[in-house]
Design a protein around this ligand. Sequence first.
Ligand SMILES: Nc1ncnc2c1ncn2[C@@H]1O[C@H](COP(=O)(O)OP(=O)(O)OP(=O)(O)O)[C@@H](O)[C@H]1O
Ligand SMILES: [Mg+2]
Length: 282
Amino acid sequence: MILSIDGGSENVKAAGENIIDIFPSVIGEYRDRKKKDKHGSSDMEFEINGKRGFAGSLAIVESVFTSTIRGETKAHHYLKIRVLLALHRNCNERNVKIVAGQPISMHTDTEKNKIIVMLKGEHKITVNGVTKEFFIEECVVGLEGAAAYLCIQRPGKIRIIDIGGGTVNLATILNGSFVDKESRTLPFGFNSSADKSKGEHIIQATYNEAYNLGWRSDDEVYFVGGPAETLISKVINYFSNTQVIAPLLDGEMLEPVFGTAVGLLLIGRAVYAKDGQENSGV
Ligand SMILES: Nc1ncnc2c1ncn2[C@@H]1O[C@H](COP(=O)(O)OP(=O)(O)OP(=O)(O)O)[C@@H](O)[C@H]1O
Ligand SMILES: [Mg+2]
């Protein structure tokens, strides 16, 4: 089976055939609990290679030392835990082919290979007492934000803004091909500030950086990521021709937070149908 995993710093999003999943990326230490109450729909007590921890809604409430790595690369061990949790939640088959996301600015061969080496092969994970073994046969790494192009597939030059918890991805696609020169990852996101007017600041800063890359206010812009619906009214003031992408997965219309995950899945379906030969620019 094929599963795409957009292991964001705020939420992990996964997509596959009849699968759509989202859970908080929070990972924390294991603690013995006197009474094991439920705290949310994503309570996860996990064990990987003898190391125990809490994840999701359980980590938010019961771990003391929760942490995450936000930033421009996903080549770190938190991504591995996020991916294995997503597999455990969604896969009952041992052999899987996955597609993972990486921010645009660090989408280099070196960083991609680090992710592939870390994820391919045998894994064992126990979540809430259930042990599963997986063999990740193949792993493709796609571009966060830009992958959402697969959900729209428009000709000409289009821009994609993907605002997440810790980053903003700015992607430019020209007739289906990624334009590196006019694309970047910005090192801030919706959770970089607790300020009530943060939305305005993020959009202003995003516009400035995009302008410096050559974007202009009447460009054709598409908007994805968790805060897309919340921030669209502000984005329109800077990029008047912007619409939120509501990704379609096998006929079902989803929220914009799933833009990258659905795009990555569509890349995976195309790549794996061609026996592992990468054929997509994004
Ligand atoms: N309707 C919504 N659904 C989900 N998230 C939302 C919504 N509205 C606002 N948000 C905000 O979106 C952010 C998470 O967005 P998203 O899941 O795209 O980030 P991420 O992909 O985990 O982060 P990054 O891409 O920076 O690694 C949170 O800060 C959340 O508060
Ligand atoms: Mg994201």
